[in-house]
Design a protein around this ligand. Structure first.
Ligand code: NAD
Length: 513
């Protein structure tokens, strides 16, 4: 990991403390609070990062405000050129950055690289988009008039991100915000602060090479208190916050109180409906990867399988069988399927959820447990679990950010499965496995899935950057990434231009002087 950190320009500074532990700091005051970043892979301290103070924040917001005035003057396609260079740098640094993601967050190396690939993809998307921030021309009801719509940058975008996608979520926001002419201040998760520093180093170098102010991309570190600097600051017109529904409820309210805009990407409770015609070859890998990938710590992880009674036993046996093949261990070893949870607090949440499910009447089909011994010293490795449960169980209604899969039966028509799938408070991702065209279309119709993402014959987990990403209900309603998600990073202005010599009023109103 030292080699990866070096390549990412993360320099260790000896903080002189008696422990002799090195820390990675972007300031050198003595009176500082340090965030400790432990790797869930082996429990070792990777480093300590300085938490931003209010004084740091004030400096940063000043530099962002100044940078915005420079950046909005750069024509959008030239802003795209900067994002293109950033994407190319990420191509060069895909290996070390992917490795750091895997080491600091605990997802498999493949998924770590995949996350960096997502960053590269959104950069490519944003470069093309930088020539397509088009408004509309609208016919006017008045002679000699024309109406049009323009999109202008908003200013400073605040980004608050979760630990589980420690780099990609930032780039989904920044790549679009930058080409839109905004500048960004990012508060990464306090559970993955080094990933934040690595990303900042990469973009800072690109900005420097282009003689642009670093304030175009700013970083603050810390826990929710530092997040509150952003949410309460009316100099920040948009706060994009990714994390739990609990967090979104607070952030949404705080930002709304000052009439700011928020883009909320919150928790999911994602289900796959498996119908009688489903193809097992697709169902098994789709459901298993969805449930155990990133150790169940994706917002789109599969939490529930809703299986038709006629195929229930066959599907259940196939999935339980597949779980026996799962290898749990160091995520940097590519032969392992499942790495650790983020920390021991997450392990406790996992243990309690299983107990609760049992207490509510759940039947364990694949036994869970916390792994101990060689290779599992961090205490963060757990066994993926399958529990036969009912949708109305309180624990099933909640998102537990761990590899716990609830399976349940539906009888009769597809409508019954859809009612179960929609019968939770969250609305992020959903899927149907079917070879019946009518069922697939019904699932995708207004009477079908109520989620922001609805898939056919693929699982719930993961998404391509070309589509708008996000969900309804307690998932927060925000959309990021592809399609026209860029519009949230801009303000819309409607113009009416009179090129006649008269001043007719709209709606035929007469006002004679
Ligand atoms: P979390 O809510 O604990 O923290 C997320 C971020 O919010 C952190 O940076 C944290 O410091 C900050 N924060 C928390 N309270 C805040 C407050 N009151 N004011 C300002 N900032 C605050 O979430 P987590 O444990 O890091 O991530 C897991 C959660 O994120 C899951 O619920 C998952 O589904 C969700 N998630 C959603 C998406 C999505 O796109 N919908 C993507 C990734 C993760």
């Amino acid at each position: 990991i030292e080699d990866a950190l070096n390549k990412l320009g993360i320099k260790a500074v000896n903080d002189g403390s008696s422990t002799g532990i090195l820390h990675f700091s972007i300031g050198n005051d003595k009176d500082i609070h340090l965030i400790e970043s432990y790797s869930p892979v082996n429990g070792k301290l990777i480093g300590k990062v300085k938490s931003s103070t209010k004084a740091d924040y004030d400096k940063i917001i000043t530099s962002a405000t100044t940078a915005f005035k420079v950046w909005r003057d750069v024509p959008a396609p030239q802003r795209g050129e900067i994002v293109r260079q950033f994407g190319n740098k990420l191509r060069e640094l895909k290996q070390p950055l992917g490795k750091l993601v895997s080491y600091e967050m605990g997802k498999s190396l493949q998924e770590g690289y995949g996350e960096v690939q997502e960053m590269i993809d959104i950069c490519d998307f944003a470069v093309g988009l930088s020539r397509q921030l088009n408004g509309q021309v609208i016919p006017s009801e008045r002679p000699g008039h024309i109406m049009r719509e323009q999109w202008h940058p908003l200013g400073i975008v605040g980004i608050i991100s979760a630990f589980n996608f420690p780099v990609a979520v930032w780039s989904w926001n920044t790549a679009l915000a930058w080409i839109c002419g905004d500048v960004c201040i990012w508060k990464p998760s306090e559970k993955a602060p080094l990933c934040g520093i690595a990303c900042q180093n990469i973009i800072a170098e690109i900005l420097k090479e282009n003689n642009l102010p670093e304030g175009i991309s700013c970083l603050v570190n810390g826990d929710y208190k530092v997040g509150e600097y952003l949410t309460t600051d009316d100099r920040i017109p948009l706060v994009s916050a990714t994390g739990s529904t609990r967090m979104g409820r607070i952030v949404g309210k705080t930002v709304a109180e000052r009439f700011g805009k928020s883009l909320l990407e919150l928790g999911g409770n994602n289900a796959i409906i498996i119908t009688p015609t489903a193809d097992l070859k697709v169902v098994v890998p789709g459901a298993v990867f969805g449930a155990v990938g990133a150790c169940g710590q994706r917002c789109t992880s599969t939490r529930r399988l809703i299986i038709h009674e006629s195929v229930y036993n066959t599907v259940k046996d196939a999935i339980v069988g597949a779980y026996k093949q799962i290898k749990i261990g160091n995520p940097l070893d590519e032969t392992n399927h499942v790495g650790p949870l983020i920390d021991t607090e997450a392990v406790n949440t996992y243990v309690k959820a299983i107990e609760k499910a049992k207490a509510e009447g759940g039947r364990i089909l694949v036994e869970g447990g916390v792994l101990e011994g060689e290779g599992y010293e961090s205490g963060c490795y757990v066994k993926p679990v399958i529990i036969e449960a009912e949708n109305h169980f309180e624990i099933v209604q909640h998102e537990t950010f761990a590899p716990i899969l609830y399976i349940m039966k539906y009888t009769g028509e597809l409508e019954n499965a859809i009612a179960l799938q929609n019968g939770v408070a969250q609305g992020l991702s959903s899927a149907i496995m079917t070879n019946d065209m009518k069922e697939a279309e019904k699932f995708l119709s207004y009477a079908g899935s109520d989620c922001g993402i609805a898939n056919v014959n693929i699982g719930t987990s993961g998404a391509e950057i070309g589509g708008a990403f996000g969900g309804e209900k307690e998932t927060g309603g925000g959309r990021e990434s592809g399609s026209d998600a860029w519009k949230v990073y801009m303000r819309r202005q409607t113009n009416t231009i009179n090129y006649s010599n008269e001043l007719p009023l709209a709606q035929g109103i007469k006002f004679d002087l």
